[in-house]
Design a protein around this ligand. Structure first.
Ligand code: ASP
Length: 350
């Protein structure tokens, strides 16, 4: 069932250190699929008294989990997801790739994560994991001490999805509130509600009490078909800030980032990728200086049309990717030399 692209040096290293990092929480699950949980922090680990639960404590608190999978848990970090960095993404992607490469019998991986930037980390994994087995991101909107905490139910759902055949080959998934979303399309849409996550094109499926139903596939490139590989030589991602346009903008913020050495910029433009005169001037100057620019929209739904772009000058459009995801694809794209036309093709297909 696994389709690894081949074991890298990092994967071999991971094979050696994995048994030291992982602690088996459930040893009774003989015959059950094995799932590795990577805990990173977030509200799902939060509690009213302060401090955070360990990954093992989160798992142990969920009745029924041991009937679904044999679970091993690893502490990756214990941070709110607003403290996640591109360095965390790199290390997490390498860890996931290492685990899969070292363990062909592993059914899937569940990552517990804060909801604020879950879609960024999820999309990064969606593009860089080199295996078709499920990677499922999960979190919660209410902390573990809250009345009706949603973390336990979400984790149980995530575990069921991670062991379901429908989750193979569709890239990284986000599971909360009984819905299964593609990490590419999912957006946090409400700051407080448990049904916060949604996708413009709808969920891929749902988690019902009796079964899991997948209804849609993922047509964009990801994981084993992704064109943005994380080669072993990448130790740091290129610096790509997001610059928001606004009425009356003179473009000074974009000028400053170019001056500060940005390799690329994701512009949060108006609807359809349209920009203020000042932003348009700053984009043209940035492109002239060799900085790649991707135009994304602040409008939550609908594509940026190709009209405003000039790929030959290094200004491309993000399609329906929001600025914070366009930034991630641009960061990965800039780890290799690519023409503007090649860059645009990446945005059209990922
Ligand atoms: N504290 C949060 C975070 O780490 C919010 C959450 O997890 O729901 O993103």
């Amino acid at each position: 069932m696994a389709v690894p692209r081949g074991m890298t040096g990092a994967a071999v290293l991971a094979a050696v250190i994995a048994p030291m990092l992982a602690c088996a929480v459930d040893v009774t699950g003989q015959g059950l699929p094995r799932v590795h949980v990577i805990a990173t922090g977030g509200t799902i680990a939060g509690r009213a008294t302060g401090g955070q639960l360990t990954g093992a404590q989160i798992v142990e608190a969920v009745p029924g989990l041991a009937d679904v999978a044999a679970i091993e848990v690893e502490e990756f970090s214990r941070v709110g997801s607003s403290a996640m960095t591109p360095d965390h993404w790199l290390r997490l992607a390498r860890r996931v790739n290492g685990l899969f490469a070292a363990d062909p019998g592993l059914a899937g991986i569940v990552v517990t994560h804060g909801t604020d930037t879950m879609e960024e980390t999820g999309y990064f994994l969606h593009l860089t994991v080199e295996d078709s087995r499920p990677v499922v991101m999960v979190g919660s909107m209410r902390n573990s001490s809250a009345v009706s905490a949603d973390g336990p139910a979400n984790l149980l759902s995530a575990m069921r999805v991670a062991t379901h055949p429908g989750a193979i080959g569709v890239g990284t998934l986000v599971v909360l509130n009984d819905e299964i979303h593609s990490a590419r399309d999912v957006r946090k849409r409400d700051s407080n509600r448990v049904d916060t996550f949604g996708s413009e094109w709808g969920p891929l499926g749902v988690v019902d009490s009796d079964t899991i139903v997948f209804r849609h596939g993922v047509r964009t490139r990801h994981t084993t078909t992704s064109a943005v590989r994380l080669s072993d030589s990448v130790t740091e991602l290129p610096f790509v800030p997001i610059v928001a346009d606004f009425t009356g903008n003179e473009g000074a913020v974009l000028d400053d980032w170019v001056e500060a050495g940005a390799r690329g910029v994701a512009v949060q433009a108006f609807g359809g990728g349209r920009g203020s005169p000042g932003m348009r001037r700053a984009v043209a100057d940035a492109a002239e200086a060799g900085v790649r620019v991707v135009l994304a929209s602040r409008v939550p739904e609908g594509r940026v049309l190709s009209g405003g772009a000039s790929p030959s000058q290094g200004v491309v459009t993000a399609g329906d990717l929001p600025p914070h995801k366009a930034r991630i694809l641009l960061m990965l794209a800039l780890t290799e030399d690519r023409t503007g036309a090649e860059l645009q093709r990446l945005f059209d297909t990922h």
